[in-house]
Design a protein around this ligand. Structure first.
Ligand code: BJW
Length: 243
C-alpha cells in the first residue's frame, strides 16, 4: 500500500522532481545495465563500448552496438510506469522529470518537462566537433562521416569519463534542490553525478521516495521505499492520490 504520508505530501506539493534510470524501461523490454543476469553490462564490457577510448579504438564496433540498440528500441513502447509519470505531471504545478535514459520513452508516454542527462539514442553527433548532425551521406562507411568536417559520427549519448551536458546537469541539480517531493525510480545509484541528485533533495528537506525492486545506496536514506516494479507502484500512486 502506498503510505498515506506520501500521498498527502504529493497532493500538497508545489514542485515534484523525478530521477529515472534504466529500471523504469525494464517493463518495456529494454535491458538495464547492472542487473546481474539481464543487464547489458553482464554481457558487454562498458570499457569496450561506452567510453571515448573505446570509440577511438574500434569505432565500427561501438557504432554497430548502438545501431543494434536503436533498432531494438523501434519495437519498444512505454509501459504503465512511464504513463503514470506523465499523469503525475498533470496534477503538479511544477513537475520536472530528470532521466538518465536515452530511449525517449518518457516523451513518447506524454511527459513534457524532461531533462535528459545522458543524451538520446535518436541523435547523432560529430566525434571531433561535438555538433549534432541530422543528415549525412550514406556511403556505406561505418560509422558514417560528418558532412561538415569529415570526422566520424557517434551517438549523442554520454559515455564514462565525459561531461554531462552542462545545461541539463545544472537544471537537474536545481530541480533536486527546490522540490518538495523527489522520486528516484529504477536507478541503481551507481553512476555519478546523477546519483547525487536524491541526496541534494534530502539536504534541502524534501521527501525522497525510492521506487525499485532492489536495495540501492539510497534506500537507507530515503523517506519512503516502494519495493517493486515502477510499472506497478507508479500507477498505484496515481490512483491513490487522484483516483
Ligand atoms: C527496476 C525495475 C523495474 C529493475 N522497476 N526498477 C565520482 C565518484 C566515482 C566515480 C565518478 C565520480 N564522478 C564521475 C565518476 C565517473 C563515472 C562514474 O560514475 N562511475 C561509476 C560507475 C563509479 N561517471 C562519469 O564518467 C560521468 N561523467 C562525469 O562525471 O564527468 C565528469 C568527470 C569526468 C571524468 C572523471 C571525473 C568526473 C558520465 C556517466 C555516463 C554514464 N553513461 C551510461 C551509458 C549511456 C549510453 C548508453 O546507454 O550506452 O549511462 S552508463 C549507464 O549507467 C547509463 C545509465 O544512464 C547509467 C545509470 O544506470 P541506471 O539507469 O541506474 O541503470 P542500472 O542498470 O545501474 O540500474 C537499474 C535499476 O533498475 C536497478 O537498481 C534495478 O534494481 C532497477 N529495476 N527493474 C523499477 N521494473
Amino acid at each position: 500500500m502506498v503510505p498515506d504520508k506520501l500521498i498527502h505530501s504529493l497532493r500538497a506539493a508545489r514542485q515534484v522532481t523525478v530521477l529515472t534510470g534504466a529500471g523504469v524501461s525494464a517493463e518495456s523490454g529494454i535491458p538495464t545495465f547492472r542487473d546481474a543476469l539481464t543487464g547489458l553490462w553482464s554481457q558487454y564490457n562498458p570499457q569496450e563500448l561506452a567510453t571515448p577510448d573505446a570509440f577511438r579504438r574500434n569505432p565500427r564496433l561501438v557504432w554497430e552496438w548502438y545501431a543494434f540498440r536503436r533498432q531494438m528500441l523501434t519495437e519498444k513502447t512505454p509501459n504503465p510506469g512511464h504513463f503514470a509519470l506523465a499523469e503525475i505531471e498533470k496534477h503538479i504545478p511544477e513537475f520536472i522529470l530528470v532521466t538518465q535514459n536515452i530511449d525517449g520513452l518518457h516523451q513518447r508516454a506524454g511527459s513534457r518537462n524532461v531533462i535528459e542527462l545522458h543524451g538520446n539514442l535518436g541523435r547523432v553527433k560529430c566525434f571531433d566537433e561535438n555538433t549534432v548532425i541530422s543528415q549525412w551521406a550514406e556511403t556505406g562507411e561505418v560509422p558514417p562521416r560528418c558532412p561538415r568536417c569529415g570526422g566520424l559520427l557517434r551517438p549523442d549519448v554520454v559515455w564514462f569519463g565525459e561531461y554531462l551536458p552542462a545545461d541539463a546537469l545544472e537544471a537537474g541539480q536545481a530541480a533536486a534542490r527546490s522540490c518538495n517531493v523527489f522520486f528516484s525510480v529504477g536507478t541503481s545509484g551507481m553512476v555519478q553525478p546523477a546519483a547525487s541528485l536524491p541526496f541534494m533533495a534530502l539536504e534541502q528537506g524534501a521527501m525522497v521516495v525510492e521506487v525499485n525492486p532492489d536495495e540501492t545506496p539510497l534506500s537507507r536514506w530515503a523517506t519512503h521505499t516502494l519495493r517493486g516494479p515502477s510499472g506497478v507502484w507508479l500507477p498505484d500512486v496515481v490512483k491513490t492520490a487522484w483516483g
